[in-house]
Design a protein around this ligand. Structure first.
Ligand code: HEM
Length: 373
């Protein structure tokens, strides 16, 4: 229930042990004035610094201001603890078009993602100029934060889409138990963890010389809303489910091992002469050994948006992955998965976004993305 520090070298909400709930939002900037955009980022940063510490969005709060004016906080988080709220911002490729004079500051790593085989992307829930990931252990606290950022942004940004998520599908610390996704499998076993500082420097944080200086200490976020065909999955035999991932359902152990954190042995063959971990299994295709050592920090959430009118759950994984360079990490991994993964029979990618997440805000005089402007 405590507070996560807002100021730091890196933004919070990335290596922060994954909280239980998500409210993710993508905004379109509707003002054409660069000055108004900068002012908004300053106002947002101040509000975020307050809300993550369990305070109201503005200094007067839901009931302390002028009764003749709308309150500077909407009130639904009054009396609730900070709940480990983190707010993490990212800038999409479209922010670097001609509108704000930022074209020459676009990092080469902030590529438009290619289309992958099988993509069924819905434009209305893809892209966005700016994203904010709110994570908290209380969904009301996460929703309150995004609602107040949208309220503050009125007239300067509009909400393009937002997504609620629950039951974090990744652990980002060895102190956390690995949770399960909606297919019932442990998810996040072989993930980058905050304790592995050297790995984070290699695979997560943008280093000096990687691209424009304003991104040093930042990272790139790829989000994919992946619908999961729950009812079809639920009719698949257990052995097939386990073969698809290459891991067992009970403990999450590789099919060649016993314990969750055993290394998979891709060379091992069974009595039939075939590899124990199938060629088209998810874990084999996504494994760093297949991608020149590339890794991701996965930080996704389950979602259930009710049902779809045909009696099926409208549910899946809101996949989020942070990385140093999507050209070397997400893109080649997803290309391999999109082409060969046995899981594809049970999933569909319906939305997509890529964002440059600047480094952390150092103190009250700093603001989100200051070095960009
Ligand atoms: C591993 C589920 C989509 C990348 C895993 C594991 C599960 C899983 C159960 C094994 C446990 C673990 O190490 O976390 C899913 C489901 C997906 C999905 C249900 C879609 C609904 C993706 C996508 C990517 C991805 C889109 C990236 C493009 C990875 C990676 C690993 C992994 C890198 C670790 C492989 C290793 O080092 O062993 N996933 N995943 N997954 N997944 Fe996914």
């Amino acid at each position: 229930g405590g507070a996560v520090p807002f100021y730091g070298r890196h933004q919070a909400g990335i290596t922060t042990p994954a909280q239980d709930h998500l409210h993710f939002v993508a905004f379109d900037v509707i003002t054409e004035k660069r000055g108004e955009l900068v002012e908004l980022l300053q106002e947002w940063t101040a509000a975020a610094a307050r809300m993550t510490q369990g305070k109201s969005a503005g200094p007067f709060g839901p009931v302390g201001g002028d009764p003749q004016a709308p309150p500077d906080d909407t009130g639904e988080a009054l009396d609730l603890p900070p709940s480990q709220l983190t707010l993490t911002i990212g800038f999409g490729p479209s922010l670097f078009d001609e509108r704000f004079g930022l074209a020459d500051r676009r990092p080469p790593a902030l590529v438009d993602l290619p289309s992958f085989p099988g993509d069924a992307l819905i434009p209305e829930i893809s892209g966005g100029d700016i994203c904010v990931q709110a994570c908290a252990n209380d969904p009301q606290v996460a929703v309150h934060a995004i609602r107040n950022l949208a309220r503050i942004g009125f007239g300067r940004v509009s909400v393009r889409y937002s997504q609620l998520g629950f039951g974090r599908t990744s652990s980002t610390s060895y102190a956390q138990e690995t949770p399960r996704n909606l297919f019932g499998f442990k998810d996040g076993t072989a993930n980058l963890k905050l304790e592995d500082a050297a790995m984070l420097d290699e695979h997560l944080w943008v280093a000096p010389g990687d691209g424009p200086g304003w991104m040093t200490g930042g990272t790139y976020l790829v989000v994919r809303k992946i619908r999961m065909h729950i009812e079809t999955w639920d009719r698949a035999p257990l052995a097939e489910q386990e073969a698809i991932f290459g891991r067992d359902k009970a403990r999450g152990a590789p099919l060649t091992g016993r314990d969750e954190f055993d290394e998979p042995d891709f060379t091992k063959t069974g009595a039939d002469g075939k590899p124990v971990i199938a060629e088209n299994s998810h874990v084999r295709l996504a494994h760093p050994s297949r991608h020149g050592g590339a890794r991701l920090l996965r930080r996704g959430y389950n979602y259930v948006d009710g049902s779809d009118g045909l009696g099926r759950l409208d549910a899946g994984l809101f996949f989020m992955a942070y990385q140093r360079d999507p050209r070397k990490q997400f893109i080649p991994i997803q290309m391999e998965l999109a082409r060969h993964d046995a899981l594809n029979e049970y999933i569909k990618h319906v939305s997509s976004g890529v964002f440059a997440c600047p480094p952390g805000v150092t103190d009250a005089g700093d603001f989100w993305g200051r070095a960009l402007f």
